[in-house]
Design a protein around this ligand. Sequence first.
Ligand SMILES: [Zn+2]
Ligand SMILES: [Zn+2]
Length: 335
Amino acid sequence: MQVSIEIATWTHNNHGLFDYESKELKTSKINVRNTTNLILNEDNSDTIVQSDNVGGDCIGSISFEGNSIYFQSNPDFQDAYVKLDPKQKQQLQAGDLFKFGRMEYFVSELNNGDKVQMAEDHYNLERHIKIQKKKDPRQCRFCLMDDQEETEDPKNPFLQDLCSCKGLMAYVHFECLKSWVNFQNRISCKQTLNTVQYHWNKVLECDVCKDPLPARVYIENQPEPLQMIQVEKLDGPYIILEQITRQESLSKSLTFMHAFGSCSVSIGRGHNSEIRCQDISVSRNHANISYEKFWYIQDQGSKFGTLRIIQSKLQLLKEVQEIQIGRVLLKIKII
Ligand SMILES: [Zn+2]
Ligand SMILES: [Zn+2]
C-alpha cells in the first residue's frame, strides 16, 4: 500500500481559490511508502519533499497506522482543508469550519436533538481572554458601577483586555458592552423557514479604541463562551453558523438554524438560497445543510467547492481527495 500525491503550487495564495489556467502553476508528483513529513521546498521550485524532520515549511504528514493511512495537518503551518465530495453528504460536528469560495463559516454550536455540543475556540481567532485578579479599584465605563468581586455574576463578568483600551476605559461589564454592541452595530434580524439570521455591516468594534470585538468570548475555566450577539434559541435540534472574517472588508453574520423533524437549507449566491452569500466566489447553489436525526452538509457541485477544515487527521481513501493548504493543492489517494 502506498500513497500517490499530485502536487500543484501557485505563486500567491488567493484565499485558497485556485486558477488552474495560471502560468505560475507548478505541478509535480510523489509516491509515499512510509510515515513521513511533507516539506514545501521553496528553493527548488516549490516541490514537496519527504523528510523525518519537522523543520522548514512542513505542510503536514502522512502516517501509516495498521491498515489505514492518514493525512495529518501541521497546526504550526497554515490550516488544511479537504474538498467535500458533491456526491455524498457529510455529518456536521461542532467546531467544523467550512469555506464556500472565500467565505468562512464556523459551526460554533450544534444540537442533534439530545444535547448541545459547544465548539472550542479554534483556528487562531484569538478570542480567549483571561480575567485578571483585582488589583486597583475598577469601574465599568458604561454603567459607572464599581467592581464587586464577591458578587460577580459569571454570566456578566467584569472584563478587561478585550481591546486596547487602558486606564479608566479598560473595564466593562460584559452585559453593558453587549447592549452597546447590539445597539451600535444595528444588527438586523432576518427570519426564513428554517433560520434566524443576524447580520451587521462591519466588524463588531470597541466604542472607544475601535478594536474588533469577537462575537463569542471564551473565558478561562468557563465551559460556555459568552455570546456578544443575543441569539434567541428555539427548542429541538439546531446549529449556530458563525461567519468568520479574516479580512475586515467582508461582512459578518450569525445564523441560527433549527429543524422540526427534518429540514433542508440551501446556501449560495442565488436569490432562492435560504442563506445568501453575496460574494462572487460563492456559486448560486453552493451547498446544502440538512437535518435528519443528525446534521449534514453536502456540496452542490459548486465551482470552488465546499472545503472542510482538517481538525486533526483525515483518513485517506482509494478515491482521490483534494487537500488545500494555503497556495498548495494535493490530490491524494491510496494506490
Ligand atoms: Zn456596567
Ligand atoms: Zn477599546
